[in-house]
Write a protein that binds this ligand. Sequence first.
Ligand SMILES: CC(C)(COP(=O)(O)OP(=O)(O)OC[C@H]1O[C@@H](n2cnc3c(N)ncnc32)[C@H](O)[C@@H]1OP(=O)(O)O)[C@@H](O)C(=O)NCCC(=O)NCCS
Length: 196
Amino acid sequence: MATAGTVLTYRKLLRPDAAALRAHLARLPAEDRRARFLGVADRTVARRHVAGIDWERAVLIGGWQGETLRAVGELHRGAGAVEGEAAITVEPAWQSRGVGGELLRRLVTAARNRGVRRVRLFCLADNARVRRLAARLGGALVEDGGQADATLEPLPATYATLLAESVEDWETLLARLRRITIPVPPGSGRTLHRAA
Ligand SMILES: CC(C)(COP(=O)(O)OP(=O)(O)OC[C@H]1O[C@@H](n2cnc3c(N)ncnc32)[C@H](O)[C@@H]1OP(=O)(O)O)[C@@H](O)C(=O)NCCC(=O)NCCS
């Protein structure tokens, strides 16, 4: 279980966070990886997925416990596409605490701000949690064999959605700056100094 009193902070992932994403996906129990990768639990599939991410176009929002990535929401879209595909993973200790819902809400905001008009969530047909999350946002669900496909139709962007994402981006930047160590000139009595 997550330690009492601990919280996740939300910030975006950038290319240098690929290792944290790989580690998060590797920590998932096989059953959850199978749910994420539609029937394939093998860790190599997760590694291949991370290697293939188009970091310029994808939006990945993490739920971080300090420096450890505990949950992630991914929005992938092709060049010029008005359609995107979303996926969410939350480590077991953090499930059923609203994290998946929060990540999906943020992904929809990101989709709105990029003119994405349809967000598809693919899952196994027996994935009741994803189905519940998608239904909460008005997602239309189609079942095909053992899989289900929920389509969300985000509204156009507003000043409020742009502002919400902008705040998230500032938080991401601030978190990065905090990690940068700046050498202090010799003779100042200190060798290293945190930027913020
Ligand atoms: C699916 C997943 C992302 C959900 O994350 P989460 O943090 O547990 O989600 P939340 O706590 O925000 O919400 C879960 C919702 O499902 C509901 N739920 C939980 N168990 C349920 C069940 N057995 N049947 C129906 N609904 C259920 C919860 O009540 C909640 O809905 P509510 O907020 O309206 O009450 C997480 O379980 C996960 O990572 N699963 C493995 C990977 C996966 O399946 N990814 C999805 C592929 S796209």
